[in-house]
Ligand binder design. Structure first.
Ligand SMILES: [Zn+2]
Length: 221
């Protein structure tokens, strides 16, 4: 078994809003918080964002990969497609586990409440009395960090997963809820991957990208 560990360093350009399940007085959509009441970017949001980007890129390169999240439209456990091998699906449990992302310095990501007015799409006019309050985390330039890790049957599978996560991260931009309001824009994601504790060189991942871009599933050694 080979252990893959990926650290994602996420630079958020504007305030981030990910709707949590807490309810707070005076806020219509509360920011997701962890047990210490610090803002979090939930692992499911981060994983869903990267998966969607991976699907788009690979499809644009002519790969047959299934689109989440409906189980009927996803491949089975016997021969999962490239995206499902890395991100899993309801029938196939992928080795890679994503953890919640947290701001590097919690003090930097003070919660703020923004107000807005709900606009009718059809009439392009404000609904009367539809002022809403959205809670956001973080001013400009906030660094967030997330880890994902997993044990793979061989080194090639671990490298493939690292390459796909890194590729999806490079293409990313908006994450979380509230993206239509211009919130939660990612400036960049730095990906640091290591297999069995040894950091991977960018060229080890680029080999996969070049193969995938040509429509091939397997990187040449
Ligand atoms: Zn699939």
């Amino acid at each position: 078994m080979n252990r893959l560990e990926i650290e994602l360093r996420i630079e958020i350009g504007t305030a981030l809003h990910t709707t949590g399940n807490q309810r707070r007085l005076g806020v219509d959509k509360a920011q997701a918080l962890d047990v210490q009441d610090q803002p979090v970017l939930p692992a499911t949001t981060l994983k869903g964002f990267l998966r969607a980007r991976a699907e788009q890129i690979l499809r644009s390169w002519g790969h047959q990969v299934c689109m989440g999240p409906g189980p009927d439209s996803m491949c089975g456990e016997n021969a999962p497609c490239l995206v499902c091998r890395v991100f899993g699906n309801p029938r196939f449990r992928a080795p890679l586990r994503f953890r919640d992302a947290h701001p590097d310095s919690p003090g930097d990501s003070a919660l703020a409440v923004r107000s807005g007015v709900a606009i009718s799409r059809y009439r392009r006019a404000a609904y009367p009395q539809r002022l809403f309050f959205l809670e956001t985390a973080g001013p400009y330039g906030t660094q967030w960090r997330a880890l994902c890790e997993g044990y793979f049957s061989d080194r090639g599978a671990a490298l493939e997963a690292a390459a796909l996560v890194a590729l999806a991260a490079r293409w990313g931009y908006a994450i979380g809820g509230g993206r239509t309001r211009g919130l939660g824009w990612i400036e960049g994601v730095e990906v640091l991957a290591a297999v069995d504790g040894a950091p991977l060189e960018p060229s080890a991942l680029a080999r996969f990208w070049l193969a995938w871009e040509r429509g091939s599933h397997v990187a040449e050694a």
